[in-house]
Design a protein around this ligand. Structure first.
Ligand SMILES: Nc1ncnc2c1ncn2[C@@H]1O[C@H](COP(=O)(O)OP(=O)(O)OP(=O)(O)O)[C@@H](O)[C@H]1O
Length: 568
């Protein structure tokens, strides 16, 4: 450098015990500030104030690079006027301060009046004391990079060694580096989340066009399905929704209902595969008092409950021959008879059906009535699997992340490569599976960033379940189904229970879950999940994508102790 610098070797004045004590006080107090101050402004300005009041290091300032990185500006100071702060701008490499930034080396100017490199830019010479004034500047380092400069003036002739001041400034610079890097990290994360939120909100706004009712996706398949739905919504045409499990058949049937003139009347959904055959008839048609043991009062069935509105019959391919005939009768004459009744009850329902089976094949095998097939198949709408809907995974994944964050009060983000991994997975369980995987990854992720490893762990568990499902499924199905009866009949598992709700109350939709086999090798993941949640079974169940009832069933079936959670 072209100016006299005097680094640690300088020993012109003895340091005394008093100086040592004030050094320690400053260090102790500024360490407290770092830990307790609410903002970097309070912590750094407080440290600069201590430097001035306890050590005589005056007009302390912290200079940080501008956004372009070309200049340094005074960001925090003590004892400088606003105008002085404004003037304190240096190019990197310019003057003493700029050189410290560029070289990463500290500088001590013994006498600023004799140092040509000292620019007097922020503070006029007249403002400073008459005697000899020194200037010390040290780099603020984050690892090996210089992220700013800490500098101060001191009266040259003082009974305290200038190298003691240099030393303490270097220590304080490491404190300040910590404050700055933590606040940068927070700022970075906050702006990332804000940006992500903005994008998601834009996407949602864009997606939830007037008639879409929250249907997400930009693929041609989704657009086609929505276009077809809007074409037939306000007609009497019977719609058959086909597609693999979890592709959104029920969701689209709600959109159909909400776009029809029946939107203010009930929408009632029932899953024909989820109810034992002997109960299905009375669920659908209701029963009269005394119709069977336990029928102590007459009861309306789902068809009557849906009167004026829409009845969604999911897994229609699972209806037995007798119920197929009865359904045909409703479609033809709009009347029903309750179980045990003789009276024809007129009903006004729009029936939408769905299946993940290939109904044509069921007809060929004599398992489904041809006449009913024709009645239902007037207007088929096919929902393709997620793996064929390029681009939708990204939109849906971001949406499910946002809603899981809301649900669990988290601020989780996807780590590097996660979105790409989600996009290449083939999602046999489609959108429902994607939703489950994201919820679970938010729950298992501890540091706020979902990593590829988190996703791989969950996908491995998923593939194991899929293998079992595939082993048990019928060839008539489009793909992985949920009708493999391995879980217990269960009133608490929403997927197995018929549910109904009024139109417009789409938030009341129960989440469908596939059945899954109880596997011996699940014991480990169950134990781990319980350990992770400190024994909370409901949260452990959510982590594994199960209902609490399914979770308890597994504990019992696998012979795991109920208090397994709190061990080790
Ligand atoms: N396009 C979409 N946008 C947002 N969420 C969707 C979309 N499609 C489906 N979902 C969500 O995915 C999950 C599964 O959808 P849905 O229950 O409608 O599938 P399904 O085809 O009826 O399944 P199954 O045949 O197993 O009954 C639900 O939580 C649903 O809200």
């Amino acid at each position: 450098m072209g100016y006299p610098t005097d680094v640690l070797s300088h020993k012109n004045v003895e340091s005394d015990a008093g100086a040592g004590a004030s050094d320690l006080t400053v260090l102790h107090e500024s360490a407290k500030l770092i830990g307790q101050a609410a903002t970097p402004e309070i912590a750094i300005s407080g440290t600069l104030r201590l430097m001035s009041q306890m050590l005589g290091l005056n007009r302390g300032r912290v200079l940080l690079p501008s956004t372009t990185g070309e200049t340094l500006q005074i960001r925090y100071s003590y004892g400088l006027r606003d105008e002085e702060r404004r003037l304190g701008v240096y190019k990197v490499g310019e003057g003493i301060t700029g050189t410290v930034m560029k070289s990463g080396q500290p500088a001590v100017v013994q006498n600023i009046d004799e140092e040509p490199g000292y620019l007097f830019r922020a503070v006029d010479r007249e403002t400073l004391p008459d005697g000899m004034v020194a200037y010390i500047a040290v780099p603020i380092m984050d690892g090996n990079s210089t992220i700013g400069v800490l500098a101060a003036h001191r009266l040259r002739m003082r009974p305290r060694a200038i190298d003691a001041d240099l030393m303490i400034l270097r220590i304080l610079a490491t404190f300040i580096a910590q404050i700055i890097s933590i606040s940068n990290l927070i700022e970075e994360r906050t702006s990332y989340l804000q940006e992500e939120n903005r994008e998601l909100k834009d996407a949602l706004q864009h997606q939830s066009g007037e008639n879409n009712h929250g249907i997400l996706g930009e693929s041609q398949a989704v657009r086609d399905a929505l276009r077809q739905i809007s074409r037939v919504a306000d007609t009497v045409v019977t719609v058959l929704l086909t597609g693999e499990s979890g592709t959104g058949k029920e969701r689209f049937s709600q959109v159909l209902h909400l776009n029809s003139s029946r939107r203010d009347q009930p929408f009632v959904a029932i899953n024909c595969a989820a109810i034992p055959e002997q109960l299905l008839e009375s669920e659908l048609f209701g029963h009269e008092r005394g119709a069977f043991t336990g029928a102590s009062a007459s009861k309306k069935g789902k068809i009557e409950l849906a009167s004026g509105g829409t009845l969604f019959l999911d897994e229609i391919g699972d209806l037995n021959m007798e119920l197929q005939s009865k359904l045909l009768r409703i479609l033809e004459s709009q009347v029903i008879q309750r179980v045990g009744g003789v009276k024809d009850i007129p009903v006004d329902v729009r029936i939408i059906t769905a299946t993940h089976k290939n109904l044509q094949e069921a007809v060929n095998k004599g398992k489904f009535r041809l006449d009913l097939f024709y009645r239902l198949n007037v207007f088929p709408i096919h929902l393709p699997p997620l793996r064929e809907r390029a681009g939708d995974v990204r939109i849906l994944a971001s949406h499910f992340l946002l809603s899981a964050n809301r649900e669990y009060s988290r601020y989780t983000v996807f780590g590097k490569g996660v979105m790409e991994r989600l996009e290449t997975y083939n999602w046999p369980g489609n959108i429902r599976q994607l939703e489950n995987v994201i919820k679970r990854s938010v729950l298992i992720c501890l540091d706020g960033t979902i990593s590829i490893d988190d996703i791989e762990t969950i996908l491995r568990q998923e593939s194991a379940i899929n293998e079992h499902l595939e082993a048990g499924q019928s060839s008539e199905m489009f793909s992985v189904g949920r009708s493999v009866p391995v879980d217990p009949p269960d009133e608490e598992v929403p997927s197995t229970v018929p549910f109904s709700y009024s139109s417009g109350a789409s938030s009341g939709v129960a989440t469908n879950r596939p059945y899954s086999w109880v596997r011996k090798d699940e014991a480990d993941s169950i134990a781990q999940a319980l350990k992770h949640t400190g024994g909370n079974k409901t949260r452990a169940a959510a982590i594994l994508g199960m209902s609490p009832r399914q979770f308890r069933y597994r504990l019992e079936k696998l012979g795991l102790p109920n208090n397994l959670s709190r061990e080790g």
